[in-house]
Design a binder for this molecule. Structure first.
Ligand code: NIG
Ligand code: FE
Length: 414
């Protein structure tokens, strides 16, 4: 893919209907809207009838009444890895639990083996194919975590692939260092030593190479303790890096409250989140990232506390959590559907969850997740009558055109 060869979207886009909540300034446009794109950015947006005369000579793109949303944001993925874990899927069907598989040397550690065995170009090609699937659903910004290398050279390899994908596809990539994802066999019984390695060696080196936008930890009884998590957060803070957390997925570890104390961008999964965790997240402005694909794949039955999050006004994002073990999902719109069906989000909540709240979970809420003047021209024209259809259909791709960074990146108006 050579992004710079894609057709330019510079010009006046008319015949648009903006989905509720699409605009960064929270205004609404009744009737036909127009967006002017110039040099990769939104230059003007408003009612088509009010399009300033100076833009009249620009190339015209007639959306024919298409519904428009901001470019979608997938704020939690583990997109870069070697191999797959279809065998574990079969094991789980035969009754083994995620935790039992992990304890038996499968799970994350088996993906670590496959990731270490793959070279950077192989990882790139495999991840690019997956990224293309997500982009076909209107994703314009994505988070990609490391965490399947668990040694400096292999974590670097994953993060470099993440950066390369961003450049090649013109997609905004935020890369998250998840060195504290699992304990590899060489550190069995020595998790303190491994956390030393993460904090003293891997994180400073990768940060110095400009490969880290945020730092994450898997805080869970099958992964790292609260105290280990805090050590990683302290190291991140010392390097000026924002943190986020895989928190309270399988049990209530108190991770969310700790993360909130460190000003976390987001706490993710949170099926077992407590009232204290919610209060702490609210006070810190931390986003709750809901991952229905993992909930579904693990056949979890413990719902995240949606009603309490809603009542507290904690922003809720929705993401694929794409990973080879617990969420081999390659459609963010399917996650929108599942967030509504499984978690009972309303349609506007679920759509905000894959746009503005997802952007905020990545620390890019000022530029992404909503359409506004001066922001990157990331928006999607959909082949649907009503915004509710984006949550309603599943297994189809209603995308008509995706404009990414001012280029027509998918579909066409023809
Ligand atoms: O977000 N919870 C930890 N990390 C992933 C699973 C990774 C894996 O099983 O490979 C998740 O679900
Ligand atoms: Fe995850």
């Amino acid at each position: 893919m050579n992004f710079s060869e894609l057709p330019s979207a510079d010009g006046a886009w008319t015949g648009l209907r903006l989905a509720p909540g699409a605009l960064a300034d929270d205004t609404a446009i009744d009737g036909e809207a127009a967006i002017v794109v110039a040099g990769g950015l939104v230059r003007w947006v408003g009612a088509a009838a009010a399009l300033p005369a100076d833009f009249a000579a620009l190339p015209r793109f007639d959306g024919g009444g298409a519904l428009v949303t901001p470019g979608l944001v997938d704020c939690h993925t583990h997109l870069v890895y070697g191999g797959d874990r279809a065998n574990e899927f079969a094991m789980r069907l035969a009754g083994a639990s995620y935790e039992a598989i992990a304890q038996a040397g499968g799970g994350i550690v088996s993906s670590v083996r496959a990731t270490r065995a793959a070279d950077e170009d192989t990882l790139y090609v495999q991840a690019a194919a997956r990224l293309e699937q997500l982009l076909a659903d209107g994703v314009c910004a994505i988070e990609i975590k490391s965490g399947y290398g668990l040694a400096l050279a292999h974590e670097r390899k994953q993060l470099r692939v993440a950066r390369r994908l961003g450049e090649a596809y013109g997609v905004t990539v935020r890369s998250t260092f998840l060195g504290a994802h699992a304990l590899t066999p060489e550190y069995a019984g020595r998790s303190g030593d491994y956390i030393d390695l993460v904090c003293r060696e891997m994180m400073p080196a990768l940060a110095a190479e400009g490969l880290i936008d945020a730092v994450d930890v898997f805080c869970e009884r099958i992964a790292f303790t609260l105290a280990e998590t805090e050590r990683v957060f302290k190291a991140a803070k010392a390097l000026g890096l924002p943190v986020k957390l895989h928190a309270e997925q399988l049990s209530d570890m108190g991770g969310a409250a700790l993360a909130a104390r460190y000003g976390a961008l987001s706490c993710d999964h949170i099926e077992h989140l407590s009232a204290e965790g919610i209060a702490a997240m609210r006070a810190a402005g931390t986003v709750a990232v809901l991952l229905p694909g993992a909930y579904y794949t693990l056949r979890d039955t413990h719902l995240p506390p949606i009603e309490a999050l809603r009542a507290a006004g904690v922003p809720m994002a929705v993401s694929t959590d794409h990973n080879p073990g617990t969420s081999p999902a390659l459609s963010l719109l399917l996650m929108v559907n599942m967030a509504c069906t499984l978690f009972r989000l309303t349609v506007p909540e679920a759509l905000a969850g894959v746009t503005r709240h997802a952007a905020r979970a990545l620390g890019i809420g000022d530029t992404h997740g909503a359409i506004g003047v001066g922001r990157p021209a990331d928006f999607v024209l959909w082949q649907v009558r009503d915004a509710a259809e984006l949550a309603y259909w599943f297994g189809q791709r209603p995308l008509r055109v995706a404009v990414r960074r001012g280029r027509i990146a998918s579909g066409s108006l023809a």
